[in-house]
Design a protein around this ligand. Sequence first.
Ligand SMILES: CC(C)(COP(=O)(O)OP(=O)(O)OC[C@H]1O[C@@H](n2cnc3c(N)ncnc32)[C@H](O)[C@@H]1OP(=O)(O)O)[C@@H](O)C(=O)NCCC(=O)NCCS
Length: 167
Amino acid sequence: MRCIAETAPAAAIGPVPQARPAATLRGFRPSDVPFVATIVAEALRERYDPGLYGSLSEEWPDGFLVAADARDVPVGFLLGVNQVPGEARVLMFAVDRDRRTEGIGAWLMDAFVERSRRRGFRRLTLEVRVSNATAIRFYTRYRFSVVDLLRGYYSDGEDGYQMARPL
Ligand SMILES: CC(C)(COP(=O)(O)OP(=O)(O)OC[C@H]1O[C@@H](n2cnc3c(N)ncnc32)[C@H](O)[C@@H]1OP(=O)(O)O)[C@@H](O)C(=O)NCCC(=O)NCCS
């Protein structure tokens, strides 16, 4: 499942609309891995094999969205996968600590919802730490609701909630 070949750079989705944060939304590139891994380590308190990002992006490249700053450095990302027919799952979602509450998270989620709809998915799912009140509030505003309690789901033993919403 490791990413061996460099994939072609994904095209930028377009210029930033006026109401959007100072960033560009584009697809994932293998050169993003160190930046994405740094955001993950700080924001999600999990560490993954660096090869995981490339391999997960291969099946559904459009499901991996990156928000990049003016120097094209990733400042946030949403990695979505399609493991269950008709469903997209938000596997990882985080914004750099210094760039939160600027609207980058909402921008990523809006684009992901739109892409999932276009792909014909009927439902979105995700998992979140039970202690992560900020993310739970964010998801609730995006019409996700808790559908299951996942005991000891995280590597440090914390419970998770599975949340879902229809599309
Ligand atoms: C959850 C997360 C991705 C949101 O990203 P973000 O870029 O800060 O979110 P936005 O700026 O788009 O905020 C969207 C809305 O949530 C609100 N919000 C975001 N963070 C908030 C906070 N800490 N406190 C209060 N409200 C907050 C914003 O005010 C905004 O509301 P508005 O639309 O009325 O203005 C970000 O907090 C994060 O990376 N957290 C750590 C990683 C994480 O928990 N990921 C989810 C794991 S499942």
